[in-house]
Design a binder for this molecule. Structure first.
Ligand code: ATP
Length: 355
């Protein structure tokens, strides 16, 4: 039977330890990237995403597991011999070389004559055709990042690794550069793995993402799917604000402090549920309603209310008109089914179930 896949990258059960006694920095991580796909590794600082990227690049040797590039085992190959491009957070351009020469550096295997021509072509692709003679310090941060990308693309790698490539840019430039880089990767059909701790960046930039914590992948999926249907309370909290609360499942509904709510999969007995603040409606309650607004936060385009209900507190997002004041009695009505979470053991975001 053939084991060939159509993946451009396969990371298979990678484990990496930096000390013999402590927990591994990367713990049995597996994922695949399809041709032309942009895949993000998202997680908090120290979760192991950069180490995973460094294993793929060949800068770290894994203790266990394999890396395959277009079905070829590359775990034992040196970084230079892997057909992988890398773009770092600090661009890593040579300050004493012109933009053109920086890009030519990515073309060491091409004949001297062709190098400048190819480098110019790639600079044109990234919209910097007129900047070849400039020095890196004469460019903006976003332009420098595009030069770094041009240098990586010039060698026609099978995949590009992007390590927090936008984090040195301020908010507006960051969003623009992100859009431009995504469009460029898509127009050239280049596969990429992005490492980021920024959930909005991962959601906006990737075709699929993996959420990591403590060296492990908690969930892989398309951005919308992972946001709407997080599997664990860690994923639910890391991808934006949410309400995590307990209930008692009865088929496709659960009894909770919000009343009977629909749930996304069948369950019986104690369940841990997640419901996004924008998935709850807030309305005027009767004088005996137990739900009381405790605070409101006006953010221009929307409003966040905190509502106390029994021992629980719920966050609710509404549109921009301020309808309620702290102290108002209200009614909370879910607009979507709550998501049943898997119980990740001992995670700080996991509240104990009240049996
Ligand atoms: P950040 O976003 O802060 O870079 P990260 O998710 O990329 O975090 P890693 O840099 O992969 O995380 O680090 C994972 C764990 O491995 C951390 O606990 C880190 O301290 C440890 N670690 C990383 N590199 C080394 C090293 N060379 N020697 C010892 N420990 C390391």
């Amino acid at each position: 039977m053939s084991t060939e896949t159509s993946h451009v990258l396969d990371v298979v059960d990678i484990t990496k330890r930096f000390s013999a006694t402590g927990d591994p920095a990367v713990d049995r991580v597996s994922f695949s990237v399809m041709p032309g796909e942009i895949f993000a590794l998202l997680g908090p600082s120290g979760c192991g995403k950069t180490t995973t990227l460094r294993v793929i690049a060949g800068f770290e040797k894994p203790d266990d597991g394999e890396v395959r590039l277009a079905d070829v085992l590359i775990t034992g190959l040196s970084a230079e011999r892997r057909k992988i491009g890398i773009v770092f957070q600090d661009y890593a351009l040579f300050p004493h070389l012109t933009v053109l020469r920086n890009v030519m550096f990515g073309l060491k295997t091409v004949s001297r004559v062709d190098r400048a021509r190819r480098a110019r072509q790639v600079l044109e692709k990234v919209g910097l055709a007129l900047y070849g003679d400039r020095m890196p310090h004469e460019l903006s941060g976003g332009q420098q990042q595009r030069v770094a990308l041009a240098r990586a693309l010039a060698a026609e790698p099978k995949i590009i690794l992007l390590d927090e490539p936008f984090s040195n840019l301020d908010a507006e430039l960051r969003r623009r550069t992100r859009r431009e880089v995504r469009a460029l990767l898509k127009s050239t059909g280049t596969s990429a793995v992005l490492v980021t701790h920024d959930q909005e960046e991962a959601l906006a930039f990737s075709d699929r993402l993996a959420v990591m914590t403590n060296g492990r992948i908690e969930q892989i999926g398309e951005p919308e799917d992972v946001y709407v249907r997080p599997r664990t309370s860690f994923v639910a909290h890391f991808l934006g604000r949410t309400n995590v609360f307990v209930g008692r499942g009865r088929g496709f509904t659960a009894e909770t402090s919000l009343g009977t709510v629909g749930i996304d999969r069948e369950a019986s007995g104690p369940v841990l549920l997640s419901l996004r603040p924008e998935h709850i409606d807030i309305a005027i309650g009767g004088s005996d309603s137990p739900a009381i607004v405790t605070s409101r936060e006006f953010k221009g385009h929307d409003i966040t209310y905190r509502v106390a209900l029994g021992k629980a507190e719920y966050l609710v997002h509404t549109e921009y008109t301020m309808k309620f004041m702290p102290g108002d009695r209200v009614k909370l009505v879910p607009r979507e089914s709550a998501v049943v979470l898997d119980q990740s053991v001992g995670h700080p975001f996991t509240k104990p179930l009240d049996e």
